[in-house]
Design a protein around this ligand. Structure first.
Ligand SMILES: [Zn+2]
Ligand SMILES: [Zn+2]
Length: 71
């Protein structure tokens, strides 16, 4: 099954899910990713990157908290 980027609607072949808005995004919409721990990988999309609160969470290797840090 083909998946579409939930941000620009392009086809994606790899599941990159933004940890801050829960959307599947393509490589182009993915702004950055990092390994927060052995098991966890954090992905942030361009939309969330422009949100200071979310970007700060990302830089602190923190995941978005439910009900918080959401636009
Ligand atoms: Zn995209
Ligand atoms: Zn996002």
């Amino acid at each position: 099954m083909t998946m579409l980027c939930e941000r620009c609607k392009r086809e994606i072949y790899r599941n990159n899910k933004c940890n801050y808005c829960d959307r599947a995004v393509c490589d182009g919409c993915m702004k950055a990713s990092q390994r927060a721990s052995k098991l966890q990988r954090l992905i942030i999309c361009r939309d969330c990157w422009s949100n200071m609160e979310k970007r700060t969470l990302y830089k602190n290797k923190r995941e978005a908290v439910q009900g918080q840090a959401r636009a």
